[in-house]
Design a protein. Sequence first.
Length: 215
Amino acid sequence: MIPTWQRTCTMDISDKCTLECPTCLRQGYRKRGEVIPGGDLTPERFEKLIHYFKGFSFCGQISDPIFNPHLAELLKMCKDNHKSVSVHTAASHRKEKWWNEVFDANTDARWMFGIDGLPYESFLHRKNQDGEHLFNMMLLAKSKGLKVTWQYIVFSYNENHIEEATELALKHDLVLRIMASARWNDTRRRRDPMRPKNKKWWIVRPWESREGKDD
């Protein structure tokens, strides 16, 4: 067993997001007429956890961490307590002044920006996202010396733009993470227009349904 002090903790630190990504868990809650669970993690509650883990990942499954009003303080707490922390974001609805504040709160933090495709087209999956603004904020973080990663999930609209994205990442000295998706295990999505044509961008999980023929 891994000792507690060597473990990292992944956390959904809010219940809010401005994006409307079609396959997000948020959409399932809404379709069922259910309230999206959770809330904003407060510094007081975080204080109870921070000494039990060596690091934290603020990676929302039903929210985006940038909408936690205490994010800058949470990041500073990690820095003051010598804890590693990563922030995974795809939402863009914050002004540059705010981004400056959270980046400066912890210059040791690692940031992953979900921009699926070239910046101008990412909104095709990340509904309501301003991909170009978010890309610029990623460059801002990079300019401050933070470690940043560009996360690029492959869909039909961007699968032929990977080479161009690679060139853009090299131009700005960015880490580019090209990611396949397990969304296509669901037989109901076999004819989804967002599904990449190249099957190497499908993650096949044997324990999930693969009934029917691949078309």
